[in-house]
Design a protein around this ligand. Structure first.
Ligand SMILES: [Zn+2]
Length: 213
């Protein structure tokens, strides 16, 4: 049973958005091509949605004196100070308009607690709470996960790492993901880390071939 996990394909992470990931919009067509395989090699689709209250502690604006892109802390954990993004109910938190959202079986929202940031689709950064994704996937007998989205060096990487530690077989789709690259090379480093942890790194073209498309 193979599940496709689309990580944070939301307006604020696309060019023009509040936390724009360079070329983030190029991931949408890749996601849609894979969504076209639903029922033909892809059995289940989950989309994650970063969904913050306005007073979320990961926003630099809520940490007096903090500058966007620098390190601060949140509830005892190191925390990147992000611009305000994906505020619940805002257009920036919506899924990309071009995404074939009708093919998504389950949306997993994350980052709703102002004291807790969640990069991974499975757990928050301090592993204080589970999102319910692991249980959902196991209930549906998914054992193989195809993961892509935004951004490679944060939410995608942490989702891949947790998926591996939950015992799933993981394939990361490189052209379906883009990195923030706060520091040059962060994206490449994340891919190396995912590979070293046991993820298969592939392209959508190779994956589609494997799925017989
Ligand atoms: Zn966020």
């Amino acid at each position: 049973m193979r599940a496709l996990i689309l990580v944070d394909l939301q307006n604020d992470f696309l060019p023009g958005g509040a936390l724009a990931v360079p070329k983030g919009d190029e991931t949408i067509a890749v996601a849609n091509r894979l969504l076209g395989q639903k029922g033909r090699g892809i059995d289940l689709v989950v989309a994650t949605q970063d969904f913050h209250p306005k007073d979320h502690g990961s926003f630099a604006s809520n940490n007096p004196g903090a500058k966007v892109g620098t390190m601060g802390s949140l509830a005892g954990l190191e925390q990147v100070m992000w611009p305000d993004h994906c505020v619940a109910g805002s257009a920036g938190a919506d899924f990309a308009g071009a995404l074939a959202i009708n093919k998504v079986d389950r949306v997993i929202k994350k980052g709703m607690d102002k004291q807790i940031d969640s990069y991974s689709a499975f757990y928050d950064n301090g592993k204080r709470k589970a999102t319910g994704l692991a249980e959902f996937l196991k209930e549906r007998k998914a054992d193989e996960l195809i993961i892509l989205g935004l951004a490679t060096d944060y939410c995608v990487k942490f989702t891949v790492m947790d998926a591996l530690s939950e015992g799933f077989k993981v394939t990361f789709v490189e052209d379906g993901s883009r990195a923030v690259n706060l520091n040059a090379g962060d994206g490449d480093k994340a891919i190396k880390e995912m590979k070293a942890a046991g993820a298969t790194i592939t392209t959508s073209a190779d994956l589609l071939k494997k799925l017989g498309a």
